[in-house]
Unconditional design. Structure first.
Length: 230
């Protein structure tokens, strides 16, 4: 039986090559600037060069949390529409957020080793990200434990993501500020150029995240279309 390939919707088609090249150049430029931008002395740095890890750590954490919120949004879309493609988008966003937060944790550990002499200190921010990782790793395990019933996995997954987003925001944005004994400074000693660099890195990561999301959702769309044909 010859099946005609189902064309992807315009929003799921791969980005044109010039856009991908531009994104790659942007990220390479941000990375180069992260190692080249001058660092000021006399602001409490133990290792002034090791502080550069923050230029990558903070945007990764921002993007990871944004991805978790996007997962909850796609969970709402599934519950209101019952379209499995919305569940695929929720899963892709949660999985991407978990990867980004793992990378944020690793870069944060590099920073902690350089500045505080120990990669893991159970600082409030380290503790909070640890529990966030557990929450979303449990989501992936839950989906696998529910078997092959996609509708059941989608319903439970969407409900889980909606319940998880509030604890995630509290752990990331509120809890570290309620604990007085924190190694992290309340106000980071960055110059304006450092903030611009972090926002530039964040923009590049959002671009990469968008590309990966499109690929994952496009693959799920093709898989669902093939299943319906057969």
């Amino acid at each position: 039986m010859n099946a005609t390939p189902t064309p992807l919707p315009a929003g799921l088609r791969p980005l044109p090559l010039p856009a991908l090249v531009l994104l790659g150049v942007w990220l390479l430029g941000c990375t180069a600037c992260g190692f080249a931008v001058p660092m000021p002395d006399g602001r409490g740095f133990q290792d002034i060069e090791g502080y550069r890890a923050v230029f990558f750590h903070v945007p990764l954490a921002w993007c990871g949390c944004l991805s978790f919120m996007a997962a909850a949004w796609h969970g709402v879309r599934y519950l209101t529409s019952r379209r499995l493609i919305c569940d695929a988008a929720a899963y892709a966003a949660a999985e991407s957020g978990l990867v980004l937060c793992v990378l944020a944790t690793l870069t944060g550990m590099i920073f902690a080793q350089q500045q505080w002499g120990k990669a893991w200190n159970w600082d409030p921010r380290q503790t909070s990200i640890f529990f966030v990782l557990l929450i979303y790793a449990a989501y992936l395990v839950l989906r696998q434990a529910l078997g092959e019933d996609e509708a059941l996995r989608a319903r439970f997954g969407a409900a889980y993501l909606l319940l998880a987003v509030a604890p995630m925001v509290w752990l990331v944005a509120v809890f570290p500020r309620t604990v007085p004994a924190s190694l992290h400074p309340e106000q980071a000693p960055f110059d304006a150029v450092h903030w611009r660099l972090m926002f530039a890195n964040f923009a590049g990561l959002i671009g990469v995240w968008g590309v990966l999301m499109r690929l994952q959702v496009a693959a799920a769309s093709l898989r669902l279309a093939a299943r319906e044909r057969w």
